[in-house]
Design a protein around this ligand. Structure first.
Ligand code: PAF
Length: 276
């Protein structure tokens, strides 16, 4: 596995591969890699000639300073985990990615105004800044993103359209711990008791699917919220059932919809979702 810290060196090397028509698969990450990331990297390496992984904790997507400070950083372990699947790892520092502040403001219409966008002001603009910079350097044929970050996938698809990029965005299903808890780097920050307790999130989301025939959309949203809020360790931030494309709240049952949840447990914020 080749390691690059310089974007210029990386793009020079990638250009030599492109001359030979190699497909480049890309998995952007912020490190603290878990099996969810590894499954993206594994899929990427099966579907492309060359697999590039980036590890960079992007400051512009954190609206909360403490969240940025507390974000787990485990570079040595990360490199060890990916060495067998990945051809190239890009590990720039902040200066390399933002030698001057990125002042670009993206317009995503409604899709960054709801859910995560409403509760984490500026988050998706920061994601768009870093992903557009990384895509510019790597110029991937295919890029892989996990569907736990359901809204992020919609934003990135929109970004690729806006910038008229050639990269295919491949969204990959959520990987779960044995308990059903969606895999996330943040799970590492949960005390064992809270991690065990957090299994209830997926249980309630799965159970809610069977209530669809007897409840209206807003009744079902309230059912999930009140069921989880009864748990002494959980505080819901939002639960919304939205159209998969527009991310608008639906009022009547229809196809292609997803229930998205964000909540706090201990001092950790988790998200998850379920298709109905
Ligand atoms: O999903 C993530 O880990 C990050 O938002 C991403 C896409 C790597 C951009 O920093």
């Amino acid at each position: 596995m080749k390691q690059y810290k310089s974007k210029l060196d990386l793009s020079k090397y990638l250009n030599t591969l492109k001359i030979n028509d190699k497909t480049i698969g890309f998995v952007p990450t912020m490190g603290a890699l878990h099996n969810g990331h590894l499954s993206l990297i594994n899929k990427c390496s099966k579907e492309n000639d060359i697999t590039v992984v980036s590890i960079f904790v992007n400051p512009t997507q954190f609206n909360n300073k403490n969240d940025l400070i507390n974000y787990p950083r485990t570079l040595a372990k990360d490199l060890d985990k990916i060495k067998d699947y990945c051809d190239i790892v890009f590990i720039p520092d902040e200066n390399e990615m933002y030698n001057e502040p990125d002042k670009r403001l993206f317009d995503f219409g409604n899709i960054d105004k709801v859910m995560e966008g409403k509760h984490r002001i500026g988050h998706f603009n920061g994601v768009a800044q870093i992903v557009s910079r990384l895509f510019d350097i790597v110029q991937p044929t295919n890029a892989y993103f996990g569907l736990k970050d359901f809204q992020q996938v919609a934003i990135i698809k929109n970004l690729v359209q806006q910038l008229d990029l050639k990269t295919n965005i491949i969204s990959c299903k959520i990987l779960r711990e044995e308990s059903g808890l969606a895999m996330s780097s943040r799970n590492e920050r949960l005390a064992p008791k809270l991690r065990e307790n957090a299994a209830i999130i997926n249980k309630v989301l799965i159970e809610s699917k069977s209530k669809k025939s007897e409840l209206t959309v807003s009744e079902l949203e309230n059912w999930v919220i009140s069921k989880l809020n009864k748990n002494e360790f959980i505080e819901i931030e939002y639960f919304s059932i939205v159209d998969n494309t527009t991310l608008e709240n639906i009022t009547e049952w229809k196809d292609n919809i997803t229930g998205c949840i964000a909540l706090h447990t201990g001092n950790v914020r988790l998200i998850d979702n379920v298709g109905y």
